[in-house]
Design a protein around this ligand. Sequence first.
Ligand code: GGG
Length: 352
Amino acid sequence: MKKHILIVPGDGIGQEVTEVGKAVLVKIAEKFGHEFTYDEALMGHVAIEATGNPLPDETLEKMRNSDAILFGAVGHPKYDNDPTAKVRPEQGLLKMRKELGLYANLRPIKLFDELLGASSIRPEILKGSDILFFRELTGDIYFGEKGRKNDNNTAYDIAEYSRYEVERIARKAFEAARTRGKRLCSVDKANVLETSRLWREVIQALAPEYPDITVEHQFVDAAAMMLIKDPKRFDVVVTANLFGDILTDEASQIAGSMGMLASASVGDSTGVYEPIHGSAHDITGKGVANPLASVLSAALLLDISFGLKEESEAIISAVDKLLKDGFRTRDIADATTPADKVLNTQQAGEEL
Ligand code: GGG
């Protein structure tokens, strides 16, 4: 198979982990006889430094002309400490999602058995957890009108959802539930928010089309609690942009670490595959970042964008073997991990 993949490392540890994700794609292409070509592009803080724009036109053009995108992370602490900054790395991320029509963000919460002890949640509660989140990605409070008024003394962000936007992400989640445990949990805040009431109305209207799927509605506060109290009660979860962002960071603790969670953003055109973690400048340049989320994102890329199931599973098995052999990066190591089994970013890639 011939495919063109764009590598967009972005900022901070995005650079370090994406290098490992790409190396795995190169290995897989060699092993299975595929011809993958690669290009690289700037986004985020590095793009602002180079061009003044967090998503330069050249990057967007390259994105549109590729078959899939392996992305790292964006962000820089200097913007976190300057709330008045007009240009920010995250604007590049949001513009990419909108321009490419990436309305569905799939976040599998996959717990490798060997990491049962890596979580602060008790193993008997965790064992057997396997959740697939669908986070809506191009609507909600992220994309509504925002601004200041009353002489800059009041700020506002407007949350909006159309029926169409809710229906298209809900259909993806219903379809996915059909291929899994046939349970769908829709998370909203319908007791308070109008957007959530529309969200619930749309899911309820669609449910009769999927009689094989058991549908449950949960308020986001209850879902946040239930995720760590009884994670096995979830199969497929569908939720809005902001709720999905927050709940999946929480759910990363089911998998043991943010460094283990991959994601796929899909919709109208080229798919983007990236770890759910951010740029983590506190550990950037130290070589300790866990690259497995990028590696597992590469596996999602092969499966979802190219339909290469066997190749994708080969990557997941390699990660499983690395963990079974006792190797850990710092974020998933514990007091029982022998020092010679604690790998840096590059070593973890070489072990695969
Ligand atoms: N790889 C994920 C990433 O770069 N996250 C940084 C970020 O700012 N994310 C905001 C969001 O996903 O809503």
